[in-house]
Each structure stands twice: as C-alpha cells, then as structure tokens.
Design a binder for this molecule. Structure first.
Ligand code: GLN
Length: 271
C-alpha cells in the first residue's frame, strides 16, 4: 500500500510537472504574442535596412564639389547626391577613391554612381552613361606669377601637370604629347609640383583651381581658359531605370530651387 501511495504521489508529481510545463509554455506563448509589436518594429527596421543603397564614388580633393571640412566630406556633389538619395528613398553611401578608378568601378558594379565634378566625354560614354548635366566646368591653366606662359598656346614644349585620368590629362596629352605631361594622383599634388618648380603649369578644373591658388602663394590662373565642359553623374550602362529616376530627381531639384541653392552656397559668384 505504501508502495501504491508512493507511486500515486510520484504520478501526481509528474502530472503536476507536466501541467506546470504546459502552463509555462502558455505563458511563454503569451509574451510571444504580445511581442508581435516589437516584431513589427523589427520588420520596419528591416524595411529601412532593405532601403536600396546608392553607392557614390568620388575623389574628395576637388573643392567646392567634394572635399573635407575636418572629418566631414562636404561640397556641391555631396549635397546634390544627398538630395537625390532622399528623393529616391535610397541610402547614400559615399566612397572616397582615386578619380581614375571611378568609371571602372561603376562598370564592375562596385559603385552605383560616380559624382566627382565628372565631365561628360565621348570616350567615357563608351563605358558608362551620364545623367543630365547639373553644372558647368572649365579647364584652366595655373602658372606661377610672372610665368612666360600667358595663354594655353604657350604650353607647347612646357612641362604640364595634370590629375591622372581627368579631362585635363586627356586633352593635354592629346595636344602637347605624353612626354610633356606629368600625371599626379590628385589636383593638390599637381599644384605642389608647380609650386616646387617640377612642372611649368597645371591644367585643371576652374573651381578647384581657385581654391588651390588661394591656398598657395605666387600662383595665378590664366585668363584664357583651355576647355569648356559639362559635369554629370556617371552610372552603369545597364542601369537605365535608375538613370531615369536620377534625371527626374535632378529636374525636380532644379525646378524647386534646391540645386541652384546648393551651387550658390558653394560658388557665391554664380548668384
Ligand atoms: N572634370 C574633370 C574630369 O571629369 C576632373 C574631375 C575631377 O578631378 N574630379 O575629368
């Protein structure tokens, strides 16, 4: 009888444990149900996380289009790209790379767009597409004060510094020969070579030229410019849907005054 009682007790305990377990399960189910809200929030975050990323490649040595103010990259291209990404509901990610790697990176899919005061050229159009133009550029010649180079015609036979892979490089190489053109990674390096007398002139875009000349004593920009150009956003050939969206965004941001205001903020004279 004792044995029977002991067995009954044991059985009761097992039952109690099972019930308890069941109760626990219910309990854990209940918070799980109420946890649906956080789950929804997670869902919202996921949607945000799933925002398509607009990877912009640039070279931030090119004021006022892209340059660093302390730790922060700022400039016309940075602000226009931010406005475009916002309009398209995309997450903007900016990659600071060498200028002459931008087009190849777009072609291979590493970057969605290239925005770097980039000039539309026939040659580049063979590899990438360009958006509508959003700004004008001018290739100018920087020389030392008192230089015997007083117009681009005087550049023949001189040592010319350029930023590698830029239109300044391409045109100068065409016009004056590879042997007369020294190629540098970026504009400031080319200008440094001019300051130290390693080149006689630098061909570069007018707006960064103004900054470089302001930052270095004894330099001047020739009055006669070298070439006029259009800046646009480079994008992969196959990405025509995004190209159309970007063009629409550019049109709207121009019409509502956003882009003119950004340009006027960085180039006050354009007012
Ligand atoms: N506008 C020039 C080009 O597209 C230079 C651009 C740059 O140096 N960021 O080649």
């Amino acid at each position: 009888m004792k044995k029977f009682l002991a067995l009954l007790l044991a059985l009761t305990m097992v039952f109690a444990l099972v019930s308890c377990g069941a109760a626990q399960t219910t309990k854990t189910t209940a918070p799980a149900k109420t946890a649906e809200k956080p789950a929804e929030q997670t869902g919202a975050e996921e949607t945000e996380g799933a925002k398509e990323t607009l990877i912009m490649a640039t070279n931030a040595t090119f004021p006022p289009y892209e340059y660093f103010e302390g730790e922060k990259m700022v400039g016309i291209d940075v602000e226009i790209a931010t406005a475009i990404a916002e309009k398209l509901g995309m997450e903007l990610e900016i990659k600071n790379v060498e200028f002459d790697t931008i087009i190849a990176g777009i072609e291979t899919g590493s970057f969605t767009i290239g925005m770097a005061g980039m000039t539309v050229t026939e040659e580049r159009l063979e590899t990438v597409n360009f958006s509508d133009t959003y700004a004008q550029g001018v290739q100018v010649v920087i020389v030392k004060d008192g230089s015997d180079i007083t117009s681009p015609d005087d550049l023949a036979g001189k040592k010319i510094g350029v930023q590698q892979g830029t239109t300044g490089d391409i045109y100068a190489t065409d016009d004056f020969g590879e042997e007369n053109v020294s190629k540098f990674k970026n504009g400031p390096d080319a200008v440094q070579a001019l300051v130290s007398g390693n080149v006689d002139a630098v061909i570069i875009d007018n707006e960064p030229a103004k900054s470089y000349v302001a930052a270095n004593e004894g330099l001047t920009i020739l009055e006669t410019s070298y070439a006029d150009e259009d800046y646009a956003i480079a994008i992969a050939k196959g990405n025509t849907a995004l190209l159309e969206k970007i063009n629409t965004a550019l049109e709207e941001l121009t019409a509502d005054g956003t882009i003119p205001a950004i340009i006027a903020k960085y180039i006050p004279a354009s007012n």
